[in-house]
Design a protein around this ligand. Structure first.
Ligand SMILES: *Cc1c(COP(=O)(O)O)cnc(C)c1O
Length: 375
């Protein structure tokens, strides 16, 4: 029995008719760039998150880049963020000549450790950029409060993994100045290619982002700022619209499967990423912390159970970022990166998690048996 790490096939089978109908509509009207589905999706997602504006863009990475450009980030500016994330988070900072200031993470949630935030703020701090890792928002109220105290530093939530998550009665992407998400196929709300979105309730930031998205034009062929070609395709917007049909069910499933996994891991005595009580995780990844990771991965793979590592090396220890980031000691990130292991997870995974659990139990027994016989 071989199982997928992310099951997009079952989702496609369930939504086939709607997806094909939506795609067909686009082929019929032929407005491949900025067609009516773009505005329709933006309006649906703005209602869903509660943010006044949604600006769809070409990817999650471009959502972050355009947001930083809109907030005027440039050479020498500092952006406080986490090193325990996907490279895109820091990449966009460096692309603009700014400096990522990496602060350490909370070992329980693997999100930014807010108790370290104030010490990292200087007169050059331009943005604070927490990541809602694995689908769970950071301590956004505390981060926003600190940002306000230091002269209203804008806060950008990298919500590429957390679209659909709740935090104290609000939705991820609507928790700070700007929220950025990704529609990469394997994210909680995915398209069939690249796509992303920027959320904000600030009219002027929204307008700036819209202009940057189309080469900095304030009107056709009138360029008032430096921009880029950052639009999301009409076809990809149509696919996300079709996927909204069962998105609420999918989020509920993710939460349910995550909590079943939690119980299973507690039973096995396996340490896991923790979720706080005042928020939900949409479990873009279901992640445990273990020893002997490579051996366990191999044993699971022999049983047809795929796993992944998010992420094996913190960004401040990556060859290229060592030279760019400010040197801050992040021992928790270093330690956690050696132990994290993500298990198969998707809204349609409820049939397979028993199999994953049994495989993991056998693999753990195998490893502990090997350790004993080596003594
Ligand atoms: C996926 C991801 C991104 C980038 O999104 P793309 O759509 O792939 O460009 C940025 N940040 C985090 C935390 C991500 O997981």
């Amino acid at each position: 029995m071989s199982i997928p790490f992310v099951d997009l096939r079952t989702q496609y089978e369930a939504l086939k008719e709607n997806i094909q109908c939506r795609i067909n509509n686009v082929l019929e009207h032929g407005q491949y760039i900025m067609g009516p589905e773009v505005a329709e999706l933006e309006s649906r997602l703005s209602v869903y998150t509660g943010a006044k504006h949604c600006i769809t863009v070409s990817s999650g990475t471009d959502a972050l880049l355009i947001s930083l450009m809109a907030l005027g980030v440039g050479p020498g500016d500092e952006v406080v963020t986490t090193p325990f994330t996907f490279a895109a988070t820091a990449e966009v900072i460096v692309l603009l000549g700014a400096i990522p200031v990496f602060i350490d993470i909370d070992p329980l949630t693997c999100n930014i450790d807010v108790t370290q935030l104030e010490a990292a703020i200087t007169s050059k701090t331009k943005i604070i950029m927490p990541v809602s890792l694995y689908g769970q928002p950071s301590d956004m109220d505390e981060i926003n409060a600190i940002a306000a105290r230091y002269g209203n530093i804008p806060v950008i939530e990298d919500a590429a993994q957390s679209f659909g998550a709740d935090y104290r009665g609000k939705k991820s992407c609507n928790l700070s100045t700007i929220g950025c998400t990704s529609f990469f196929p394997s994210k909680p709300l995915g398209c069939y290619g690249d796509g992303g979105a920027i959320f904000t309730s600030d009219d002027s930031i929204a307008q700036t982002c819209r202009e940057i998205r189309i080469h900095g034009q304030s009107k056709r062929y009138w360029h008032t700022r430096i921009g880029l070609g950052g639009r999301m395709d009409t076809l990809q917007c149509a696919i996300v619209l079709a996927k909204l049909e069962r998105f609420d069910w999918e989020v509920a499933q993710r939460i349910e499967i995550g909590s079943t996994y939690n119980k299973m891991m507690d039973e096995l005595g396996v340490e896991r990423v923790r979720q706080k009580a005042d928020r939900t995780s949409v479990f873009a990844q279901y992640t445990v912390l273990i020893e002997n990771r490579e051996t366990l991965q191999e044993l699971l793979s022999l049983k047809g159970i795929p796993t992944a590592i998010h992420y094996p090396v913190p960004l401040n220890e990556q060859p290229i970022y060592r030279g760019y980031g400010l040197a801050i000691d992040t021992p928790v990130s270093t330690a956690v990166a050696k132990r994290v292991l993500s298990l198969p997870m998707s809204p349609d995974a409820s049939e397979i998690i028993n199999h994953v659990w049994a495989g993991l139990r056998e693999a753990l027994e195998h490893v502990s048996h090997d350790c004993e016989s080596n003594r």
